[in-house]
Write a protein that binds this ligand. Structure first.
Ligand code: AIR
Length: 185
């Protein structure tokens, strides 16, 4: 409502990128999260999941976040993946702004090895949940896999891609050259 907006506020929908047919929205608090969160994007792409990626800080651009989350479900987005470091409120605020499932990826920022981010995301007060993954790359990849599991409930192509991914992972072999019982090369 216009009356609720601060003086001088103009919503600018073009401040984030949308992708036609995106099922997953990946949000980051900063472009500095992208070296890790690029792995989320790659994993989603490997599973054939159309997605969109944006930097929208809950602290630096709260109204843009409100605009993005307010329109995501209507555009067909079904899962949000939110990454942030430090006082990482992005996932919690996004979860407050949409009924979509929100997965949180705690980033290692400038201190405490990511424990600050982990607790900020995991310790959500009752009523607005965030599905929090591990700190760093493991969580970034697992967020994509968990999003795939959610989408696979109603999408046979994604289900098949996820099952194939897990089968390939199980079939992988790990030679240890020189170790007892392994070949020398
Ligand atoms: N951040 C940005 N706005 C709110 C938060 N919590 C996080 C980013 C990043 C860290 O702060 O998600 O992990 C440092 O951001 P920057 O832009 O200073 O590199």
């Amino acid at each position: 409502m216009v009356a609720d907006q601060p003086k001088g506020y103009h919503p600018r929908m073009s401040d984030y990128v949308t992708v036609n047919g995106a099922r997953v929205g990946v949000l980051m608090g900063s472009a500095s999260d992208w070296p890790v969160m690029g792995k989320t994007s790659t994993t989603l792409a490997d599973l054939g999941i159309t997605h969109e990626c944006n930097v929208i800080s809950a602290h630096r651009a709260p109204r843009r976040l409100e605009s993005y989350c307010g329109g995501a479900a209507d555009r067909g987005v079904q899962v949000l993946i939110c990454a942030a470091g430090g006082a990482a409120h992005l996932a919690g605020v996004a979860a407050a702004l949409t009924h979509l499932p929100v997965l949180g990826c705690p980033m290692k920022a400038w201190s405490t090895e990511g424990l600050d981010s982990l607790l900020s995301m995991a310790q959500m007060p009752r009523g607005i949940p965030v599905g929090t993954l591990a700190v760093g790359s493991a969580g970034a990849v697992n967020a994509a896999l968990l999003a795939a599991s959610i989408l696979a409930l109603s999408d046979a192509d994604i289900r098949d891609a996820l099952i194939a991914f897990r089968a390939a992972q199980s079939d992988a072999t790990f030679p240890l050259p020189g170790a007892p019982g392994h070949s020398a090369e």
